[in-house]
Design a protein around this ligand. Structure first.
Ligand code: FES
Length: 102
């Protein structure tokens, strides 16, 4: 069963920003790239670095530890060493709040 969880207010995640939140055991990363909000798992699938300290670029979010870049739509790594995709989540904006479908 899925559930829409309020992550934060829209203005909390400006264009180019990363934002972290936890829900139960899940560690989620919100990314605002060019005004669009994406939600993925926050922990790198390679060696568990926290992607909230990474960087956004046109290819996705770059892991701070070994520099794999994960596509924000699909979660797929674009380069080694990571091989496994990040889980991605649906996002909706409602009344100036960001919701993530967990
Ligand atoms: S921990 Fe992210 S690429 Fe190695």
């Amino acid at each position: 069963m899925t559930n829409w969880i309020k992550a934060c207010n829209l203005e909390t995640v400006s264009s180019g920003d990363l934002f972290s939140f936890d829900h139960e055991t899940k560690k989620i990363l919100l990314s605002n790239f060019n005004g669009k909000i994406y939600a993925t798992d926050r922990i790198c699938t390679h060696e568990e670095a926290d992607l909230s300290t990474g960087m956004l670029n046109e290819e996705g979010v770059r892991c701070p530890l070994h520099l794999s870049v994960f596509n924000l739509e699909t979660g797929k790594p674009q380069n080694p060493p990571a091989e496994k995709s990040l889980k991605t989540y649906n996002v909706k904006i409602d009344q100036n709040s960001i919701y993530v479908e967990i």
